[in-house]
Design a protein. Structure first.
Length: 133
């Protein structure tokens, strides 16, 4: 039994429902379930400075989410954490909700997410079974 999360599907942000809830473009038709975890991420490409050859692509997590509601083609996900030692406590919105910006109370850095950004849905590993006594 593996102790790592299992990739369920790739999706995108379909709509920013509220400052802490995002609708994503994957639902039960793509086997998403309530309780699955998700990340909003960006890809960072690293090139060799001499040859300009692509040598690595990194997945940089921006937000962590938890799936709270699942419909056939869409799921709702609650923001559980902003990566880089920040929280979603201070949120600034643009109207209508096309993007949401999170400000870190620690270092005042900003994180803006918008409709269409990449989301990866993962199933947490199963809890280890207790041996019967």
């Amino acid at each position: 039994m593996s102790n790592t999360a299992e990739l369920v599907t790739e999706a995108k942000i379909a709509k920013i429902v509220s400052p802490t809830v995002l609708a994503i473009t994957a639902g039960s038709e793509k086997e998403v379930k309530v309780g699955d975890n998700a990340i909003v991420y960006r890809l960072e490409e690293i090139y060799d400075p001499d040859s300009e050859e692509l040598i690595q692509t990194l997945v940089m997590t921006r937000l962590r989410l938890r799936i709270t509601s699942v419909f056939s083609k869409v799921s709702l996900a609650e923001v559980t954490d902003r990566v880089s030692h920040t929280t979603t406590r201070d949120v600034f919105l643009s109207r209508p909700l096309r993007q949401v910006t999170y400000e870190s109370p620690v270092d005042k850095s900003w994180l803006r997410v918008t409709r269409g950004e990449a989301v990866r849905v993962m199933r947490p590993p199963p809890e280890p079974e207790e041996p019967p006594f």
